[in-house]
Design a protein. Structure first.
Length: 243
């Protein structure tokens, strides 16, 4: 009985040592993501009454990860989605955003491994109807996009209104911008000095949400941080994207 007890104690001590070592490694392990575009918008969700200031950080040359900072009156969250490596990292965000350097204020990084983002329903035979008009009073170009499940056009999948206006704070001319995407795919004549100002999403012929863009700015920022904990416990062997 004594031998068995000593053996169990040794196993327990070894396990405790490993957990302690892993914990130190997690806190010292650094990860890095590069961002070169920051989009600031105000979102109104008419279904739940939420009003959110959303700051979206991304790399226009790498769409495999994004960081979303959501600021509500009494609730602030920051989440980094790494789609390529199936990781989700959550941070504490107890501050008001001003510049991209404020990301250094994020703390308590918790990494969630093997995080799947849920299955999205795919409609292989969906069709789209697009129409647009230029409001002569407001000088805004309005694009109406409706996606249907199939050519029978009985089931609407998505319905969006895109508003393009003259605003130099919203200028984003890269090839993968929403403006260039719509212009190229649907042959829509959006003026060169017009930029996305607002998006309205409809659900069942009713406004479900409204996104008003405040600013779209370029950046040059490497976001480096330490992992505090991971679930389940596993730290990536290497850091992520470094400029």
């Amino acid at each position: 009985m004594e031998i068995v007890t000593i053996s169990k104690m040794k196993s327990l001590l070894a396990l405790m040592f490993c957990l302690f070592t892993f914990g130190l490694f997690a806190q010292d392990h650094k990860m890095n993501y590069y961002f070169n575009l920051v989009t600031v918008s105000n979102i109104k969700n008419y279904e739940n009454g939420a009003r959110v200031k959303s700051i979206h950080f991304r790399n226009v040359n790498d769409s495999t990860y994004v960081l979303l900072l959501s600021l509500e009156a009494n609730f602030k969250t920051a989440t980094l989605f790494d789609y390529k490596n199936k990781l989700l990292i959550k941070f504490d965000a107890n501050f008001n955003y001003s510049t991209v350097e404020d990301l250094n204020k994020l703390n308590n990084a918790i990494l969630y491994n093997n995080f799947f983002y849920g299955r999205k329903t795919k409609f292989k035979k969906f069709v789209e109807d697009v129409e647009y008009e230029r409001d002569s009073v407001t000088n805004v170009t309005i694009v109406h996009l409706t996606q249907y499940k199939n050519s029978k056009r009985k089931k609407i999948i998505n319905e969006h209104y895109y508003f393009f206006e003259k605003n130099n704070k919203l200028n984003f001319s890269q090839k993968n911008s929403l403006k260039n995407y719509l212009s190229s795919k649907y042959k829509i004549n959006i003026k060169e000095d017009e930029n996305i100002g607002k998006i309205i999403h409809l659900k069942g012929a009713k406004n479900a949400s409204e996104t008003e863009f405040v600013a779209i700015d370029t950046a040059d920022f490497n976001f480096t941080f330490k992992i505090n904990d991971a679930f389940p416990y596993h730290i990536p062997k290497t850091t992520h994207t470094v400029k």
